[in-house]
Design a protein around this ligand. Structure first.
Ligand code: SF4
Length: 383
């Protein structure tokens, strides 16, 4: 079974052993939106190469041969957290062994350490600390802006925003406005997990629910803060839960256009309360990227986060729908507490090599996907 692709960038005609994929392939060829049942079919198809081929078709239509990466640094100001999400190996209760909270000076110093190239982005997320005031986080951001005025600050998940709003007795809108005024330029996509209540009740019942996560994203987009969106897969969710998650993200994106990148996150069970669940497999990792690309027709980017799936899988993902492999990171804590065996960071040259050997064209981007031109210790961004 086969049909010719309309895309001149795609070298081979579509072929599949799975007749259920043919109607989906016809829709993809015409640029038609896929529905819920299509999503479930893509998850259940035994022909992963055909699913990947379709996702690659869409990816090449949108981005040609380019694959994006960035030079960034993660900062996790505290691992103290009032929530006890069963999915988490990072958060610890106040007073427990292994807790830390950075003093502001320490956080600012951390921002400058371990760098081999000038970073273009700080990615800041952390635990829900019961005592740290809202102003601590605003001072953290303001201090970074003074010390690193050119660096984009992507900070605070929807979950952190909702927590800070509640603690500070502010509305979500007011909290976001104050974050923006302090220097937050955009927001990461964490905490989305899986939106379905049944799943959330098992993996993270202390967190805001899926509706609140989506409402907070809407509010952020409304004031001009772009964000990413994640999906944690490979635990207790089923195919319908996954498709439901994607369809809900797509609906909000239709309203706001504020999401930049979809980032599927492979569940890392080690040291979590769900440690009995096996790690994700390569097939699921690739399928998640591909289905995300095919269902989220209004998301500009799909990222295969190399820290989560390994640099090798991220490289292959560039042929299964991903157009981005994230960045240098420098110091990843959250997934390494959960047993990630990937390096905590990678050099810019390593990312370029991964992309080049995948046959793609490396494109260093800033957080807003603008081209970055750099010398040894500084960079400029094309605007
Ligand atoms: S996932 Fe986030 S909110 Fe939940 S326990 Fe971990 S750090 Fe806290």
């Amino acid at each position: 079974m086969s049909f010719e692709s309309f895309n001149p960038l795609t070298r081979h005609p579509f072929q599949t052993d799975d007749p259920n994929l043919l109607p989906i392939a016809a829709k993809v060829a015409q640029g038609e939106r896929l529905d819920f049942e299509d999503g479930v079919t893509l998850y259940r198809s035994g022909d992963i190469l055909a699913v990947g081929w379709l996702a690659n078709l869409v990816r090449e239509r949108m981005h040609g041969n380019i694959a994006y990466f960035n030079v960034n640094r993660h900062i996790n100001p505290t691992n103290v957290c009032v929530a006890s999400c069963r999915l988490c190996a990072f958060g610890r209760k106040k007073g427990d062994a292994g807790t830390y909270t950075m003093a502001l000076e320490e956080a600012w110093e951390t921002a400058a350490t371990g760098l081999t190239e000038a970073v273009t982005e700080f990615h800041i997320v952390g635990g829900l600390h019961p005592d740290l005031p809202f102003e601590y986080f605003m001072d953290l951001v303001r201090g970074l802006k003074v010390r690193f005025p050119k660096v984009h600050i992507k900070a605070f998940t929807m979950v952190e925003v909702a927590f800070l709003a509640k603690r500070g007795k502010m509305t979500i809108a007011e909290t976001l406005e104050r974050m923006k005024a302090a220097g937050v330029d955009s927001m990461p996509g964490g905490g989305a997990e899986i939106f379905a209540d049944r799943v959330r009740h098992i993996i993270c019942d202390h967190k805001i629910d899926g509706g609140e996560w989506l409402d907070t994203a809407r509010a952020a987009h409304k004031i001009g803060l772009r964000s990413n969106a994640t999906m944690l897969y490979g635990h207790v969710e089923n195919d319908e839960d996954r498709v439901d998650h994607l369809v809900k993200l797509r609906a909000v994106q239709d309203e706001t256009g504020g999401f930049q990148t979809f980032i599927p996150l492979a569940f890392h069970p080690e040291n979590t309360a769900l440690a009995h669940i096996p790690k994700t497999t390569g097939m699921l990792d690739l399928r998640q990227i591909a289905v995300g690309r095919l269902m989220l027709d209004n998301f500009p980017h799909v990222k295969s986060y190399w820290q989560m799936v390994s640099p090798k899988m991220a490289q292959i993902s560039l042929r299964f729908g991903a157009d981005d492999i994230d960045g240098t990171v420098i110091e990843e804590k959250i997934y390494h507490d959960a047993g990630a065996t990937t390096p905590q960071g990678m050099r810019r040259a390593d990312l370029v090599r991964l992309i080049t050997e995948a046959g793609r064209e490396p494109f260093e981007r800033d957080t807003m996907y603008r081209a970055v031109t750099r010398s040894e210790d500084s960079f400029t961004v094309a605007v």
